[in-house]
Design a protein around this ligand. Structure first.
Ligand code: HEC
Length: 155
């Protein structure tokens, strides 16, 4: 009886590994990726509204929760914009992939500002939390939408 050669065993293992790696990389089509990031952004819209409404109402525990959602979602942003993930439905600008480090920095800013806001709200520090909220829309959302998103139609 002949034993299978070690070389062949490694070859088979290698092919299987590459097949698995490719399958996991192609798990999502561009349309699915665009859909996933638009859903996440809608959630950001809702969480940002929750921050503002609850801050006005003085409900700082709820502000902390919503700000935490914003921070965690921000950490997911770069992963939801793989190169080539464009469809006619997407409002993402090609500048994202031309200026990737700026795009990443912008997501990071939303992550750290969200975490800072969450911590202050949790501590009930209304004054400092309101100071962040005042500029959050411009700092943490607008600073990325400006250069990297096709603006929605003006009403
Ligand atoms: C690092 C960049 C970046 C940051 C930060 C960011 N966005 Fe976005 N946002 C985008 C891009 C790009 C799109 C368009 C995505 C697409 O259509 O493929 C978008 C789309 C949206 C949409 C439209 C989703 C839809 O229905 O198609 C909303 C709402 C939104 N963002 C809210 C927010 C809010 C609120 C914040 C801040 C709390 C925020 N975004 C922060 C890049 C960002």
């Amino acid at each position: 009886m002949k034993r299978p050669s070690i070389g062949l065993t490694f070859l088979v293992a290698g092919v299987a590994f590459v097949a698995v790696a490719c399958a996991s990389m192609q798990a999502k089509s561009p349309a699915e990726t665009v859909d996933a990031r638009q859903k996440m952004m809608k959630e950001n819209g809702a969480a940002w509204k929750a921050v503002q409404d609850n801050a006005k109402a003085g409900n700082w525990a709820a502000v902390a929760t919503a700000a935490d959602t914003l921070s965690k979602n921000a950490a997911r942003i770069p992963g939801l914009f793989p190169a080539g993930s464009m469809t006619p439905d997407s409002k993402a600008k090609p500048e994202i992939w031309q200026k990737w480090s700026e795009f990443e920095a912008s997501a990071k800013k939303m992550e750290t500002e969200g975490a800072r806001l969450s911590a202050l709200a949790k501590a009930g520090n209304a004054q400092a939390a309101n100071d962040i909220i005042k500029d959050f829309g411009r700092n943490a959302c607008g600073s990325c939408h400006g250069p990297f998103r096709v603006p929605p139609p003006q009403k």
